[in-house]
Design a protein around this ligand. Structure first.
Ligand SMILES: [Zn+2]
Ligand SMILES: [Zn+2]
Ligand SMILES: [Zn+2]
Length: 251
């Protein structure tokens, strides 16, 4: 399985509009972060995790020519803002979108023209599937939903094989830890050093990583306030890394 980090930034992206801090003006391209999204590729299938407002450029930049399905973590704009841009991937057949009930409803409200009974040519042909806490199959691949608390908002992370993607995480319900055993790759939210009401800080992410004990963990959803990539990476434990846009892994 191949994993590509298409975007690793928080909801504003980095650089943040109007900011001239040392991260937003850095020459190190690892400091430039599009909104968070990850591509999982098996031998024959390509599954997208979240579809934010940078989706179009993420497809072009990474030369991605096919998608089989999209898993959505929650309805915040930075995770669904690119859904209309799925059009080139569903010109001939619908594309399967997986989201829980309230997120599916939010998507239908956001782009109602895609779900009207009489569709006009050229609209995105999205097939919405409702996810529950039960594992399900996507394009022949088994997916385990992981309940994640984004402050008081219940959202989903997803486990596929030995990889888990937990974005926009503040806390994990106790019963979810058993679904995260024996991971090779844990992709987990770490917004910045300082505490935040709805995202883990780097310290909170490290505590969760220590408890989950994956072989390797990769931090995502970073704000410019986390500091320079090179400085932060140096301070992390050997099996924990700051991800960056364009990074690929196999697991
Ligand atoms: Zn987010
Ligand atoms: Zn900045
Ligand atoms: Zn969010």
């Amino acid at each position: 399985m191949k994993i590509t980090f298409l975007g690793t930034g928080t909801s504003t992206g980095v650089p943040e509009i109007g900011c001239q801090c040392n991260v937003c003006t850095s020459d190190d391209r690892r400091d430039w972060r599009m909104r968070t999204s990850v591509l999982v590729e098996t031998e024959s299938k390509q599954i997208l995790l979240d579809c934010g407002p940078d989706f179009r450029w993420q497809m072009i930049r990474n030369k991605i020519y096919n998608l089989d399905a999209v898993l959505i973590s929650h309805e915040h704009y930075d995770h669904v803002g690119g859904l209309d841009d799925l059009r080139p991937f569903c010109a001939t057949k619908g594309i399967d979108i997986y989201a829980e009930d309230y997120v599916a409803k939010a998507i239908e409200t956001r782009i109602p023209y895609a779900f009207r009974p009489h569709k006009y040519p050229g609209i995105p042909n999205l097939e919405l599937h409702h996810v529950t806490t039960e594992p399900f199959m996507v394009a022949g691949v088994r997916v385990i939903p992981i309940r994640v608390m984004h402050a008081c908002l219940s959202i989903f992370g997803y486990r596929i094989g030995k990889m888990a993607y937990l974005t926009d995480l503040k806390t994990l319900p106790e019963e979810e830890y058993s679904k995260l055993e024996d991971l090779d790759v844990l992709i987990i939210d770490a917004l910045r050093e300082k505490s935040h009401p709805s995202h883990e800080s780097v310290g909170e992410a490290l505590a969760n990583i220590e408890r989950i004990r994956p072989k390797n963990a990769w931090l995502i959803h970073m704000s410019h306030r986390i500091g320079l990539h090179a400085d932060v990476e140096r301070e992390l434990p050997p099996n924990v890394h700051l991800s960056y846009d364009g990074l690929t892994l196999t697991c």
